[in-house]
Ligand binder design. Structure first.
Ligand code: DGY
Length: 320
């Protein structure tokens, strides 16, 4: 069977695929047009897909009806029409677990950066304005004993809650589709309604899988109800927040600050006014960007395709 990978990935997975007797093709440039991408998908049996630039929507499945399996190089699968894949019985793999620590590390880092005003202070240093010791200037806020609200308490949300509890003894509240017993037992996390989550959190951190019906769920009406010392963290998907409303809430100091590893749109425009604000820290979607996580993702993606080539179920499958 022939596997098309649209971008170089850590070698672990490529070696595994080749050792399993699969023929691997990676183009020599990674700025493929959709036309080129579809052409490669049509001439291969299976796809190991890196990034979410190209959508696996109905058009894709109509244009590539013979595809046997898709292994995503991501835990998120919001760029795949899962219902259509189910209808056509095409397994779609993802990469859970291996990136939970790395991604929650970024949420944790953003939480602290915003609380201690890292962007503002870094800009001061870069502009040669170190300043004298000033008891009243550049004051951050401490996180000890504060309330962390997690929207979407799955694997990544759990890791964020665990770190925050251990480091700052934060009180954990969460809103999720299902109750998370492990978090309730181990971290004394408390399940709350969405309204309670947004009004009680000192830090509100999004860790849910994105669904189209949740587009811009975090908008002006939500920011309005948040505490004025609240920190908004999004490391999940930019589509969860309305960026203009977030800008307004931050500029008008309705909330304390925001830490974003994902933006709306993504990539963010260079001249997006949110980048001018001193109470915001923005990173370029680097949640899983560690040697360990990226190599683990390469391994799981390969395992998913090898399983299909051997007539087995994918070990990490996003569709039933
Ligand atoms: C993921 O794995 O879903 C990351 O956000 C990268 O897309």
């Amino acid at each position: 069977m022939k596997v098309f990978i649209n971008k170089q990935i850590p070698e672990t997975g490529i070696h595994m695929l080749e050792e399993a007797g699969l023929e691997v093709f990676i183009p020599d440039h990674d700025n493929l047009s959709r036309e080129e991408w579809i052409g490669y998908c049509q001439s291969h049996d299976m796809i190991l897909s890196v990034g979410s630039e190209f959508k696996f929507d109905k058009d894709f499945f109509n244009e590539c009806p013979d595809i046997k399996a898709i292994a995503l190089y991501s835990v998120g699968f919001d760029h795949v029409d899962i219902q259509e894949a189910n209808r056509r019985k095409i397994p779609v793999g993802n990469t859970p677990d291996v990136l939970s620590k790395a991604t929650s590390d970024i949420a944790f880092l953003l939480m602290q950066s915003v609380a201690r005003r890292a962007s503002y202070n870094f800009e001061k240093v870069k502009s040669g304005n170190w300043g004298d010791f000033d008891p009243l200037h550049a004051l951050g806020q401490e996180l000890y004993g504060k309330t962390l609200g997690i929207f979407g308490l799955g694997r990544i949300g759990y890791e964020m809650a665990k770190k925050s509890k251990a480091a700052f003894d934060m009180n954990i509240i969460y809103h999720n589709r299902h109750r998370n017993e492990e978090a309730e037992n181990e971290l004394h996390a408390q399940y709350v309604s969405f309204e309670e989550l947004i009004s009680q959190s000192d830090v509100l951190s999004i860790h849910a899988n994105f669904k189209p019906e949740q587009a811009e769920l975090f908008n002006a009406s939500v920011f309005e109800k948040m505490k004025d010392n609240a920190i908004f963290i999004n490391t999940a998907r930019g589509g969860f927040h309305n960026q203009k409303d977030l800008y307004d809430a931050l500029a008008e100091h309705k909330i304390w600050g925001a830490g974003l590893d994902v933006t709306n749109p993504e990539p963010i425009y260079k001249d997006d006014p949110i980048l001018e604000l001193s109470n915001v820290c923005v990173l370029p979607h680097i949640g899983s960007a560690t040697v360990e996580a990226r190599s683990g993702m390469s391994k799981i993606a390969a395992e998913n395709l090898i399983a299909v080539s051997e007539g087995e179920k994918m070990p990490a499958c996003a569709n039933p």
